[in-house]
Write a protein that binds this ligand. Structure first.
Ligand SMILES: [Zn+2]
Ligand SMILES: [Zn+2]
Length: 333
C-alpha cells in the first residue's frame, strides 16, 4: 500500500475486503450449488467488494458534473441566470473568462475520458499469474531448483533457495507475491487496490498509473479553480442554504480525495524512477535497510526504469496502451 492511500483509511478497507474474500473462497459454496440465502449472502459480499469502485467513480464523475454545471457553464455561457458576482467588469474580462472556461473544460473532459478507460483496463486486466508449466512446479524435496532458468532468479529465501508459495504450491518468479485477497500469486505485484477491485501487477501497472495520473490532473485542476465558484455561491444573496452546504461539502470531499491521489501519483513516479514496487519499498523500509532507495532491479538510470514500467515509447507513456509481451514478468534484468 502506498503512503497516501494508507492515509485514506484503506488499511481498514483492505482488512474488511480480505475478510469478505476469505468468506467467499472458504466458507461459501460456488454460486450454482448455493441455496437462496447463500446467493443473497454472496451477492452482498460481491457488492461490498465493488463498493470502493462505485464510491471512486461516483466521486470522480459527480465532481466532473458539479464542476461543469456550477462553474464552467457560467464561465462560458452568457445567460441571464448568471449570479450577479459573475458579471464581468468589461468585455475583455468576459472574453478571458470564456477562454479560461473552454481550456478547463477541454482538460477536464480529456482527463476524465482517459481516467475511465484506464480504470476499466486496470480493473479487468489480469495482473499476471505464475504459469502452470512444470518449470514452476515445486520439486518433491521442496527446495532444489527444478530448472536451469530458476538459477537465474535473484530473490532467495534465507537459506539461499529460490522462493516458493505455500498456498499456490509453485515456485515464485522474482518480484512475485501472494495476495491474500485475490488468493493467488501475482507477477511483479505492486499492491492490492480496492479502488479497482484487483491487484496491481506486471500486466496492469501501466493502466493503474495512467489512471492515477489523470485522476491527479482532474482533481488537481478542480482543487485549484473550483474555490472561485464556492466563493461566488457563498457571496450570492440568492443562493439557498442547501446549495451553499452542497458546494462546500463537495469541494471539501473532492479536495481530500484529490490530495491523496496527487500524493500517491508522486509516490508512484518516485517508485518507477527507482524501479520499486510498493511491496518492495515497504519491505525495505520496514526492515530499515540502509540505502533502501536503491532497488536490486534498478536498470541504472531513470529513463531505463521508466521504460521498464511504462514501455519503450515515451510518447505513449500517458495512454493506457498495452506493450507487455504475454511471456513477460517472470525474469528481470
Ligand atoms: Zn501464491
Ligand atoms: Zn490482490
Amino acid at each position: 500500500m502506498g503512503e497516501a492511500e494508507q492515509s485514506f483509511s484503506s488499511i481498514t478497507i483492505s482488512k474488511a475486503c480480505a475478510n469478505i474474500e476469505a468468506d467467499l473462497s472458504n466458507h461459501l459454496p460456488p454460486w450454482k450449488e448455493s441455496s437462496l440465502s447463500q446467493k443473497v449472502h454472496i451477492s452482498i459480499l460481491y457488492f461490498l467488494i465493488c463498493l470502493p469502485v462505485i464510491v471512486l467513480l461516483s466521486v470522480v464523475i459527480g465532481g466532473y458534473i458539479i464542476y461543469v454545471t456550477l462553474y464552467i457553464y457560467y464561465l462560458i455561457a452568457d445567460g441571464d441566470d448568471t449570479p450577479e458576482i459573475y458579471y464581468w467588469h468589461s468585455d475583455t474580462e468576459k472574453e478571458n473568462a470564456r477562454i479560461r472556461g473552454i481550456i478547463f473544460l477541454v482538460i477536464q473532459t480529456w482527463s476524465l475520458f482517459w481516467f475511465l478507460i484506464s480504470h476499466g483496463r486496470a480493473m479487468f486486466t489480469d495482473p499476471g499469474q505464475i504459469p502452470d508449466s512444470r518449470q514452476w512446479e515445486v520439486p518433491s524435496d521442496g527446495n532444489s531448483e527444478s530448472s536451469e532458468d530458476q538459477k537465474r532468479l535473484a530473490e532467495r529465501s534465507k537459506k539461499g533457495y529460490s522462493r516458493s508459495c505455500n498456498h499456490c504450491k509453485k515456485k515464485k518468479p522474482d518480484r512475485t507475491h501472494h495476495c491474500r485477497q485475490c488468493n493467488r500469486c501475482n507477477l511483479k505485484m505492486d499492491h492490492h487496490c480496492n479502488w479497482i477491485a484487483n491487484c496491481v501487477g506486471f500486466f496492469n501497472y501501466k493502466y493503474f498509473f495512467v489512471m492515477v495520473f489523470y485522476g491527479s490532473v482532474l482533481l488537481g485542476l478542480f482543487i485549484a479553480t473550483f474555490w472561485e465558484c464556492v466563493v461566488v455561491i457563498l457571496h450570492d444573496s440568492d443562493s439557498s442554504t442547501e446549495l451553499c452546504l452542497f458546494v462546500v461539502l463537495s469541494y471539501s470531499l473532492i479536495s481530500l480525495l484529490g490530495i491523496a491521489v496527487i500524493g500517491f501519483c508522486f509516490f508512484h513516479i518516485w517508485q518507477m524512477r527507482n524501479n520499486y514496487t510498493t511491496i518492495e519499498f515497504c519491505e525495505k523500509k520496514r526492515k530499515d535497510v540502509p540505502g533502501y532507495n536503491k532497488s536490486p532491479f534498478d536498470r541504472g538510470g531513470w529513463y531505463e526504469n521508466f521504460k521498464e514500467a511504462l514501455g519503450d515509447k515515451p510518447w505513449m507513456w500517458l495512454f493506457p496502451t498495452n506493450y507487455r509481451t504475454p511471456d513477460g514478468g517472470l525474469y528481470f534484468k
